[in-house]
Design a protein around this ligand. Structure first.
Ligand SMILES: [Ca+2]
Ligand SMILES: [Ca+2]
Length: 380
């Protein structure tokens, strides 16, 4: 090989390696530094048909907790808050969707009936909201609502209720958002909260948090793990599968659960395994094989960087796939009671053998570097 040609080949090989190493972080679990967008809690984030992001949340103003929304085209500049509820009782924990017909619906928990019940408010433009209508009437505590529209256009509401004594997961469905079926028990009442439903593949998938601790033992009182069940018809449900395994005395809680544009399942949640509450993500292509969790936040490192040992909450959250990556809104008490947003793409394989994309890419990079070194040595 002529010397100048040889040099060109080597230059190309090294350029290729450099480009490869540069794109490596972009596909292997890089997340943007979380940015606080608004004071409040209980974020529910959607991206509507026009690409506009809407963030429903609750906030305590003048001693009255209410549901508010803000919207943004770019996740950077946000509108002023739009108030949805006016009642003097507590209104909180919203779940927002835009239906296939374009209508915005928000369900939330309220104490206005004298006990915890679930209400719905509707809007054609996201700006003007109807007087809330009560959806769930039981005298027990009915809370943790999650609203979803399935591929047939049916509205599905899952929530937790203590109507059978301990907290169970319930489901009700509606064609019009006005008439709802009688709420049915999904999982036998244990101590289950935070249900979230998604339709993917040939069935419905439902994630919820189950109390696995011991209320009599203070050090184990808040132990929770996330479980997954599935159903073809919303009627009979599979035996729940445990998705997380936290350390003794720790928990996995506050899930966000979505189907991505390419049909994969993504589950984000909070765990305090590391001492501070951190946001994690895991994924599955088929609902059966789940990847290992990947940590998104760096709260432990943040605390250390400011010389603090203070632990802070980082809990309720919501997630959307905007086509370029995942956007996660989460409640975090890093600097008060704020809602933060981070963006990124998990470095998960999303199931299979549970081998992360990061690991595969790492080996590929190593193999290419070795091959380049051998070629280089041979051509000298
Ligand atoms: Ca209120
Ligand atoms: Ca109730």
């Amino acid at each position: 090989m002529p010397a100048n040609c040889e040099g060109r080949v080597m230059k190309n090989v090294f350029q290729f390696i450099m480009v490869f190493l540069l794109i490596l972080p972009a596909v292997s679990g890089e997340w943007s530094e979380p940015v606080a967008v608004i004071e409040g809690g209980g974020p529910s984030l959607i991206q509507d048909k026009n690409g506009v992001y809407w963030l429903a949340h609750d906030n305590m103003v003048d001693n009255n907790e209410d549901i508010y929304l803000i919207y943004s085209r770019d996740l950077v500049e946000w509108s002023d808050p739009i108030r949805v509820t006016l009642d003097l009782e507590a209104d909180y924990h919203p779940s927002l969707i835009q239906t296939t017909k374009g209508e915005y619906l928000v369900v939330f928990t309220s104490l206005r009936s004298g006990n915890y019940d679930i209400y719905i408010s509707r809007s054609m433009d996201g700006l003007g909201w109807s007087e809330p209508i009560q959806l769930i009437f039981d005298e027990a505590s009915d809370w943790y609502p999650n609203l979803y529209q399935d591929s047939e256009g049916r509205l599905i509401l899952v929530f937790a209720s203590s109507r059978s004594g301990s907290s169970g997961i319930y489901i009700t469905a509606s064609r019009d958002g006005v008439n709802w079926s009688e709420a049915k028990n999904v999982v036998e009442p244990g101590n289950d909260i935070y249900p979230l439903i998604v339709e993917a593949g040939d069935r419905f998938w439902l994630v919820f948090a189950r109390h696995t601790g011991d209320y009599d033992d203070r050090s184990r009182a808040n132990e929770h793990e996330l479980f997954l069940t599935s159903s073809f018809d919303l009627d009979s449900w599979a035996k729940p599968l445990q998705l997380t395994s936290s350390l003794t005395g720790r928990f996995a809680l506050y899930p966000a659960f979505i189907k991505t544009a390419d049909g994969a399942l993504r589950l984000s949640y909070t765990s305090n395994d590391l001492g501070n509450e951190e946001v994690y993500i895991m994924g599955s292509e088929d609902g059966f094989q789940w990847s290992s969790p990947e940590r998104i936040t760096k709260n432990v490192e943040y605390s250390e960087s400011i010389g603090s040992t203070v632990r802070f909450k980082c809990d309720l959250k919501s997630m959307v796939d905007n086509g370029e990556g995942l956007v996660i809104a989460f409640e975090c008490a890093r600097t008060g009671s704020d809602i933060y947003i981070t963006m990124g793409q998990p470095g998960l394989s999303g199931g299979g053998e549970g081998v992360s994309k990061q690991l595969v890419m790492g080996f590929l990079a190593l193999a290419i570097a070795l091959a380049a070194a051998i070629i280089y040595k041979k051509t000298r």
